[in-house]
Design a protein around this ligand. Structure first.
Ligand SMILES: NC(=O)c1ccc[n+]([C@@H]2O[C@H](COP(=O)([O-])OP(=O)(O)OC[C@H]3O[C@@H](n4cnc5c(N)ncnc54)[C@H](O)[C@@H]3O)[C@@H](O)[C@H]2O)c1
Length: 262
């Protein structure tokens, strides 16, 4: 049910973090992969791990905030694989600045990275999947897709809200033609940017964990099971969903008191 043998998966952000974990999990389940990121060295490391298991991994450096580069990327996909079964839109980063100070250039940069780039990838992949009558797309959103974070997340949050609506609109348009579109909404998952912020402000780690009933931060590998599930036929009637990956964060309201191990 979870076997991905013979399928082709395009994963962005595959040089590190959740994109890397997703690509490795899909390859372990049998998929061949087109690995995308702007960090070529990181991509090569991910690709080497996958090829070590006897799967195909094509490394394709690309800035996903640039639609012209994305269109070139899909020409490469057509030449290398001539099919796409799964798209994982993972790459992207935000900027932190207060609503009263953030520059409009930064708001636009964030939107290009997270909304325009994800949409252009969905459009290119979607056209090919619709022609084939099958496919699965996963957009990485954030808890900021559906709740406010504060702490200078305005540009990121507005963009991630767009990712939620993109997912719902595309699933509504495409579900009847065999193409599923879902989103994963992570809470705080350890990555270099988060580690830096927590080391600059040591109370932040406790603050994050205090909002997560599971009592720990996420790790990139937490995405592995969801990625394989959503890419496989095991989820064939699941589309248009926004799945929190958050240790119970969203379910607890801000005033909740969490049970802790005694
Ligand atoms: N880590 C978290 O706490 C968290 C929470 C919610 C959502 N997210 C989102 O999940 C996604 C992955 O997060 P992560 O923690 O794995 O991040 P990460 O910083 O570990 O990795 C992000 C990867 O994306 C690549 N990238 C960024 N912008 C790019 C661009 N324009 N073109 C090509 N590659 C680009 C980077 O080079 C990097 O390899 C991001 O979109 C992030 O916003 C992260």
């Amino acid at each position: 049910m979870f076997d991905l043998t013979g399928k082709v998966a395009l994963v962005t952000g595959a040089a590190q973090g959740m994109g890397r974990a997703m690509a490795l999990a899909l390859a372990e389940a049998g998929a061949d992969t087109l690995l995308v990121d702007r960090n070529e060295e990181g991509l090569r490391a991910t690709g080497a791990s996958i090829e070590g298991w006897g799967r195909r991994a094509v490394v394709a450096p690309c800035d996903v905030s640039d639609p012209a580069r994305i269109r070139e990327l899909f020409k490469r996909l057509d030449a290398e694989f001539d099919r796409i079964d799964f798209l994982g839109n993972v790459a992207g980063d935000g900027i932190l600045a207060s609503p009263e100070e953030v520059s409009l250039e930064d708001v636009e940069r964030c939107w290009r990275n997270l909304v325009l780039g994800r949409f252009c990838m969905c459009q290119e992949a979607g056209r090919r999947m619709l022609a084939a009558g099958r496919g699965s797309i996963v957009n990485i959103g954030s808890l900021a897709s559906i709740t406010a974070l504060g702490r200078g997340h305005i540009a990121y949050s507005m963009a991630m809200g767009g990712v939620a609506q993109m997912t719902r609109e595309l699933s509504t348009e495409w579900a009847g033609r065999g193409v599923r579109v879902n989103a994963i909404l992570p809470a705080q998952v350890v990555n270099p940017g988060l580690e830096k912020r927590m080391s600059e402000n040591p109370s932040l780690r406790d603050k994050y964990i205090s909002g997560i009933p599971a009592g720990r931060l996420g790790q990139p590998d937490d995405i592995r099971g969801l990625a394989v599930f959503l890419a496989s036929d095991a989820s064939s009637w699941i589309t248009g969903t926004l799945i929190p990956m958050d240790g119970g964060s969203l379910a607890a309201n801000a005033g909740a008191t969490m049970g802790r191990k005694k």
